[in-house]
Design a protein around this ligand. Structure first.
Ligand SMILES: [Zn+2]
Length: 66
């Protein structure tokens, strides 16, 4: 089975967003552990997970073309 994990790239809090008081927030940008951040504020966990999947695919494509 092919793993979709990419070393150094994990989605912070699995795509959940917390405000400064540690409360679950419904919307916010997605963050990757590598420091990448989505350009857009997203309103659902699944949107942030989708962003992260595409982010990892872009990283893989960039490293494969070297
Ligand atoms: Zn990343």
């Amino acid at each position: 089975m092919k793993s979709n994990r990419l070393a150094g790239h994990t989605l912070r809090n699995e795509g959940r967003v917390y405000d400064l008081r540690g409360q679950r927030a419904c919307c916010g940008p997605a963050f990757c552990s590598c420091g990448a951040q989505s350009d857009d504020v997203m309103h659902t966990v699944s949107a942030r997970q989708r962003w992260h999947r595409e982010h990892k695919a872009a990283v893989k494509a960039a490293s494969a073309s070297r």
